[in-house]
Ligand binder design. Structure first.
Ligand code: HEM
Length: 183
């Protein structure tokens, strides 16, 4: 029997990774900075969620990232990952507490070990919403994440396209990590 969570099944659990790398423009240092980070992720299964004839299975998602030697995380996300087995649609809806909400989507097979989800500020389906300050100063115009599931681990590589006052062209704010199962 096919797993109800499709390609998300391999993500269920508690995970930690110490090899994260963020590339962002640092306002305090006035330059683009590569920041190593450690991360803790939990992905808890739920479902089905029924929208009429549609039946979704999902993962309750929480993550936090820390810089070396700091007590408080410098980045967190909460949200849901969702799978629709009838269409192969895979979704990642999450909030970044800078005042940003993303619904990224893509298509994957039920047994996929790698898949990509995308969103854009002007996409009719998979959108990014943000606060007024960010629209004026550092707008998230695009988002793309590729997930790769291994044996006892999974990785992500993501790029957020930022239209920033500091740069003439869209700035690629990138993040990547490999998470290892701890529960
Ligand atoms: C692993 C994930 C992420 C990490 C670790 C991270 C980390 C950071 C860091 C360190 C900064 C620089 C802040 C500063 O020093 O001024 C930043 C800026 C920013 N990030 Fe992220 N980020 C992540 C994902 C995202 C995502 C998914 C989005 C949006 C979809 C996003 C949107 C932004 C925006 C808009 C800024 C610019 C704020 C400004 O310039 O005032 N980030 N991020």
């Amino acid at each position: 029997m096919a797993n109800e969570w499709g390609p998300l099944a391999g993500l269920i659990g508690e995970w930690e990774g110490t090899g994260g790398l963020d590339t962002a423009y640092s306002h305090s240092q006035g330059k683009v900075l590569g920041t190593p980070y450690k991360e803790k992720v939990t992905l808890k299964p739920f479902g089905p969620v029924d929208n009429g004839r549609q039946h979704l299975y999902g993962l309750d998602y929480k993550t936090a990232m820390w810089r070396e030697s700091e007590d408080n995380p410098f980045h967190t996300e909460v949200g849901y990952w969702l799978w629709d087995s009838a269409t192969g649609e895979v979704l990642r809806g999450f909030v970044v507490p800078r005042g940003i909400t993303v619904l990224a989507g893509g298509v994957a097979s039920a047994d996929a070990t790698s898949f990509t989800m995308k969103a854009a500020i002007d996409d009719p389906q998979y959108k990014i919403a943000e606060n007024q300050y960010l629209t004026a100063n550092a707008s998230s115009v695009s988002y793309e994440v590729t997930i790769t599931i291994g044996d006892g681990n999974w990785s992500y590589a993501e790029t957020t396209g930022l239209k920033m006052k500091e740069f003439g062209e869209t700035f690629a704010h990138t993040d990547a990590n490999t998470l290892h199962r701890v529960g």
